[in-house]
Design a protein around this ligand. Structure first.
Ligand code: ADP
Length: 319
C-alpha cells in the first residue's frame, strides 16, 4: 500500500491524538502517504479528507480529544452510506483505512471489510469494552480522572460523615467502576455484569457504621442505572446522610496518561504495519502486554467481561 487513511469515530478518548500521530509518522517513515479524514464516517462520506505531513501531528501527543474531530453518522449504517465512503477513498487513491474508535466504529470498519475494503480497527474508548484487548486507549486516563475525583470526595465524605454514591461512565461495561472502585478504596462497586441487591449493600453500610466507619463511597457504573435513584434508596433504607455525584463527561477529557500515550503509539504503529503487509479486516490490541491482531469480526461475536477475580478481591478488601 502506498496511500492509507486514518479517522477517529464515535465517542472521543484521551490518547486518540497519540494514535493518530503514530499512524501518520509510522506511515511517512515507511514512505507511505497518509490522509486524515475529519469527523469520522460523516467526513468520509462528505470527502472531508486531507493529506497529512510529519508536522500535521506535531504538538498533539499530550492533548485529549481528537484533532481529526469525531462524529456519529447514521448514514454510514446504510449500504448507500458505505458505498459513498468507499467511493471517496477510491477517488483519493487511498488503499487502506485505520479506524480509531469504539465498538460502533468497529462495526463501520467491519462493514467496509465485508465490501472488500481493507480496514484495521484501533481500540479508542474510555469504556474498555472491546473484546480481544486487555486495555483500550483512554481507559487509563479516565480511570485516573475518576480516582482523582473519588479522593476528593473522600475528603469531604470524611469531614461530613456522609455516604457518597459516585456514578462513572463505561456504558454497559463495569471496568471503569471496578478499577476505580478498587483503586479508590470504595466500600461497594456496582457493575452491570453482576447482580446486586440494595438490601445487601445497605446491610454492609450499617455493619461499617457499627464498627465506627465515618463515611462510605459506593461506585456505580452507568450501565447499572441511575446513581440518583440508588442514592435515594440507600438514604431511605439507612437514614444515612447520602450524596450523589455523577462524574459525566469530565471522564472523557484531559491530557492522556503516559500509559495511554504509549499504548496509542504502539497500536497506531501496528495498524500501519498490518496495512503495509496488505492485511485488512483486523483489529489490534494488547494482551498480557503483548501486541496482538485478530479478525475484526471477532469483536462482534465475543463480549468483553469484567475480571470476576478482581471483583471478588474488591469485596474482600472492603469488608
Ligand atoms: P463508538 O465507536 O464510540 O462505539 P458509536 O457506537 O456511536 O461510537 O459508533 C460510531 C459510528 O460508527 C456511528 O455513528 C456510525 O457511523 C458507525 N457505525 C456504528 N454501527 C455501525 C454499523 N452497524 N454499520 C456501519 N457503521 C456503523
Amino acid at each position: 500500500m502506498k496511500k492509507i487513511g486514518v479517522l477517529t469515530s464515535g465517542g472521543d478518548a484521551p490518547g486518540m491524538n497519540a494514535a493518530i500521530r503514530a499512524v501518520v509518522r509510522k506511515a511517512i517513515y515507511h514512505n507511505i502517504e497518509v490522509y486524515g479524514i475529519s469527523r469520522g464516517y460523516q467526513g468520509l462520506i462528505e470527502g472531508d479528507i486531507r493529506k497529512m505531513e510529519i508536522g500535521s501531528v506535531g504538538d498533539i501527543i499530550h492533548r485529549g480529544g481528537t484533532m481529526l474531530r469525531t462524529a456519529r453518522c447514521l448514514e454510514f449504517k446504510t449500504e448507500e452510506g458505505q458505498l459513498k465512503g468507499i467511493e471517496q477513498l477510491n477517488k483519493h487513491g487511498i488503499e487502506g483505512l485505520v479506524v480509531i474508535g469504539g465498538d460502533g466504529s468497529y462495526q463501520g470498519a467491519q462493514a467496509l471489510t465485508r465490501r472488500g475494503y481493507p480496514c484495521v480497527g484501533v481500540p479508542g474508548t474510555i469504556d474498555n469494552d472491546i473484546p480481544g484487548t486487555d486495555f483500550t486507549i483512554g481507559f487509563d486516563t479516565a480511570l485516573n480522572t475518576v480516582i482523582d475525583a473519588i479522593d476528593k470526595i473522600r475528603d469531604t465524605a470524611t469531614s461530613h460523615e456522609r455516604t457518597y454514591v459516585v456514578e462513572v461512565m463505561g456504558r454497559n461495561c463495569g471496568d471503569i467502576a471496578l478499577w476505580a472502585g478498587l483503586a479508590g478504596g470504595a466500600e461497594t462497586i456496582l457493575c452491570p455484569e453482576n447482580e446486586h441487591e440494595i438490601k445487601d449493600l445497605t446491610a454492609k453500610l450499617k455493619r461499617g457504621q457499627e464498627r465506627g466507619k465515618k463515611h462510605s463511597i459506593i461506585v456505580v457504573a452507568e450501565g447499572v442505572g441511575s446513581a440518583v435513584d440508588i442514592g435515594r434508596e440507600i438514604e431511605e433504607m439507612t437514614k444515612f446522610d447520602t450524596r450523589v455525584t455523577v462524574l459525566g463527561h469530565v471522564q472523557r477529557g484531559g491530557s492522556p496518561t503516559a500509559s495511554d500515550r504509549v499504548l496509542a503509539s504502539r497500536l497506531g504503529a501496528l495498524a500501519v504495519e498490518l496495512l503495509m503487509d496488505g492485511k485488512g479486516g483486523r483489529a489490534v490490541g494488547i494482551v498480557a502486554n503483548q501486541l496482538v491482531d485478530y479478525d475484526i469480526n471477532e469483536t462482534l461475536v465475543n463480549n468483553h467481561t469484567i475480571d470476576q477475580k478482581m471483583y471478588k478481591l474488591s469485596e474482600e478488601l472492603s469488608i
